[in-house]
Design a binder for this molecule. Structure first.
Ligand code: CS2
Length: 486
């Protein structure tokens, strides 16, 4: 038996399911990047909005490339389970917010038509950092990115998220429809401003007029999104299906914590997000910096150094008191660079992060978080380093995290086994590692010289010295002993 609309009534009584008539739900949102994170985060909020009696906010989810999610969810009427895991047990809830799915690669024209439909009032995105086709260091569109080059030559059959947004906005403009709001839900610095700059720059390459119209008419609110969502494994699928008493081909696994902070600037209306627990604010920046510099920075530090030390998951890494201490000190060093609105309790936030990381029921692999470091380092670690250098504060802990990343991207672990490095710049890293060898004094400056990642900061003598020292220790003693003695 498969999870589906027809089988909802056969679910065990303890399992929450859509508390509204799904046949009345119509799409109001197109979401680009139909991954596990979206389904465990924004879609749950929208499910609450639908239950509160706002049926015009259903979601059409689009995967940019892979048909896997659509193939799993279509046969089950786009229903899926969110399994919330903690030491106390697992809570299951079936979500009905998704009312359609698209695979952009298969039929780009169809997706553009859906996005251009005036019933769609929000286009949201979780396409990961690299999906924006930008230079992480500057936040500008990378005009030489192969997908950007492709999309400029194939305006009506794009591949990239910016390409789809611009094509759909152009269509709405020609047809005289108001634009949708573009809502980035990725972990980028100033995500709204960044996507605005990228989309406007892309549009201007197509036509100056279009760029100007987008700049003047489209809202790009910034958001801070937070929920830890590890990749679903086959064992997770089997466990959820056993609990449901029916097969769910793609449930999502997550933690109890969830947070969504959104700037209240929508050009075409929005659901009552506040009633569903979203914090609507006028300025997201402090929350976003807090999350990127405390949560994501320490996550990345644990991921690189924990992987090198042989730990498979973040919870395993946190069980080692030296690594827990490392995470705490990354947070402590970052906290002094933040200016938070009155009433924010940063030490309580730090304590809650350490507890979340230690959640023994979440199988969050260090390898998963280690992915795409070239796109993540600037907003997670380098901003703090820059601010601390400006104030002449020590940067050793953050330099160790950067060195951990360097050691990791060489592609060979402490036992000489290959590391599956996933990163748009993986080949460049492998080339430098080969050319420079495992010698900190040669490798560290070469990697710091990658302008797309480090920008001018890479030339700072204090950073060079600290990173070279840390990398030297990692080569000489290994990650465990280096972290123990830091
Ligand atoms: C993680 C994030 O994979 C990663 O890089 O740091 O996905 C993290 O789990 C989320 O941002 C938590 O909100």
């Amino acid at each position: 038996m498969r999870l589906s609309r027809a089988n909802l009534d056969r679910l065990p009584s303890g399992i929450r399911r859509p508390a509204y008539d799904r046949s009345r739900v119509t799409p109001g949102i197109v979401h680009l990047g139909l991954g596990a994170f979206h389904r465990a985060h924004q879609a749950v909020v929208i499910d609450d909005c639908l239950a509160a009696g706002a049926p015009a906010w259903g979601i059409i989810g689009a995967s940019l490339r892979s048909p896997d999610t659509r193939d799993a969810l279509f046969p089950q009427d786009h229903l899926y389970t969110v399994a919330v895991r903690s030491a106390e047990g697992t809570d299951h809830r079936v979500i009905g917010a998704l009312v359609g799915s698209e695979v952009a690669r298969e039929d780009p024209a169809r997706l553009i038509a859906k996005m251009a439909d005036p019933a769609i009032r929000i286009v949201s995105l979780t396409v990961t950092e690299k999906g924006y086709c930008h230079t992480p260091q500057t936040g500008d569109l990378d005009e030489r990115h192969p997908d950007v080059v492709h999309d400029l030559n194939n305006f009506d059959a794009p591949r990239s998220a910016p390409g789809f947004i611009v094509a759909a906005l152009a269509r709405r403009r020609t047809q005289g429809h108001a634009p949708f709001t573009v809502l980035s839900c990725d972990n980028l610095a100033a995500n709204g401003h960044t996507v605005q700059r990228i989309v406007t720059q892309f549009a201007a390459l197509r036509s100056k007029d279009l760029g100007k119209w987008i700049c003047e008419n489209v809202a790009f609110p910034c958001t801070m999104v937070d929920r830890i969502v590890p990749e679903t494994t086959d064992a997770d699928r089997a466990a959820v299906s056993t609990t449901l008493g029916m097969h769910d081909a793609w449930p999502v696994m997550t933690e109890p914590f969830t947070q969504w902070v959104v700037e209240d600037r929508f050009s075409a209306g929005r659901p009552d997000l506040a009633a569903a627990g979203v914090e609507l604010v006028t300025d997201v920046k402090p929350f976003e910096l807090m999350k990127l510099r405390l949560l994501n920075a320490s996550h990345s530090a644990l991921a690189y150094l924990g992987y090198l030390a042989g730990y498979e998951t973040i919870a395993d890494t946190m069980r080692d008191p030296n690594f827990a201490r490392l995470a705490a000190s990354v947070m402590e060093d970052a906290a002094v660079t933040l200016t938070m609105p009155a009433g924010t309790d940063l030490s309580a936030y730090r304590a809650s992060l350490l507890k979340r990381f230690a959640n023994p029921a979440l199988h969050h692999r260090t390898w998963q978080i280690a992915m795409d470091g070239s796109q993540k380092l600037p907003q997670r670690l380098l901003g703090t380093i820059q601010d601390r250098l400006r104030r002449e504060l020590p940067i050793e802990t953050h330099a160790l995290a950067v060195a951990g990343w360097m050691r990791y991207v060489t592609g060979s672990d402490e036992q000489g086994r290959a590391i599956d490095v996933r990163d748009p710049l993986a080949r460049e890293f492998a080339g430098l590692a080969r050319e420079r060898g495992p010698v900190a004094e040669r490798l560290a400056p070469a990697l710091l010289g990658i302008g797309k990642v480090f920008g001018p900061l890479g030339a700072d003598a204090r950073l060079r010295e600290a990173v070279t020292n840390a990398l030297g220790k990692l080569y000489a003693q290994g990650a465990r002993r280096t972290v123990e003695s830091c």
